[in-house]
Design a protein. Structure first.
Length: 222
């Protein structure tokens, strides 16, 4: 909802459609060749299926591989590739898309409670995760059946981006909160090794820090 409001404000201030402004001032400026607002529910190019379990309500999980995201508008009606996601965060955090003052504003965080009940520090469109090899900034995103993660260190020298095509596979507890699944811990392990290299998983397990797996998913401790 907040991103949709931002889109309305963008159109009011610029006098042009949000799609046109974002395409020209973000996608093209950053050289994102495979990122766009799709015109149809069909993705432009090869893609995986997208399975939604809805916490067991769909059994077996339902395929949302063809799904019209236009309803989300500036809150998520964009398709991209992992290469473009990495490029976007690399340029953003190096200060090549915004000036230093605006980037500093993005990094000012406030505590936000996720759907799972976990509290994370959240900035203006990005949030940090602290790993054994340093602090990374980025974001996740999800639609029925799909979730992506993309994070970068401050200089863009270390990055990782990956996606999963099965959503809400967890069970809910008596309070309606998702119970961490083995997949969540596997994602945490993968995140650590992708960001910090071999051996990081063992180091993290010894210290047992929480590994955020997204605003939607909360945290999992490997």
């Amino acid at each position: 909802m907040t991103c949709r409001i931002a889109g309305l404000l963008l159109e009011k201030v610029t006098g042009m459609s949000a799609e046109r402004y974002i395409t020209g001032h973000v996608f093209r400026k950053a050289g994102l060749r495979h990122t766009s607002f799709p015109r149809t529910p069909y993705l432009p190019g090869p893609s995986s299926k997208a399975y939604e379990a809805l916490f067991g309500f769909f059994d077996p999980p339902r395929d949302y591989g063809v799904y019209d995201m236009s309803w989300a508008w500036t809150s998520g009606a964009v398709v991209s590739t992992m290469e473009d996601l990495d490029r976007f965060f690399r340029l953003l955090l190096r200060g090549e898309l915004l000036d230093a003052a605006l980037l500093a504003e993005m990094r000012k965080t406030v505590p936000v409670r996720s759907f799972s009940g976990a509290v994370i520090d959240y900035g203006l469109g990005i949030f940090p995760i602290d790993l054994p090899c340093g602090r990374f900034w980025g974001h996740d995103g999800s639609v029925p059946g799909m979730q992506t993660f993309a994070f970068s260190d401050a200089g863009g020298g270390r990055q990782f981006a990956f996606g999963v095509n099965l959503r809400n596979y967890q069970q809910l507890d008596e309070n309606g909160v998702p119970v961490p699944h083995a997949i969540d811990f596997a994602i945490g392990d993968h995140l650590l090794e992708a960001a910090c290299g071999p051996g990081a998983e063992a180091t993290a397990k010894a210290a047992r820090p929480p590994v955020p797996i997204g605003v939607d998913g909360g945290t999992a401790t490997p």
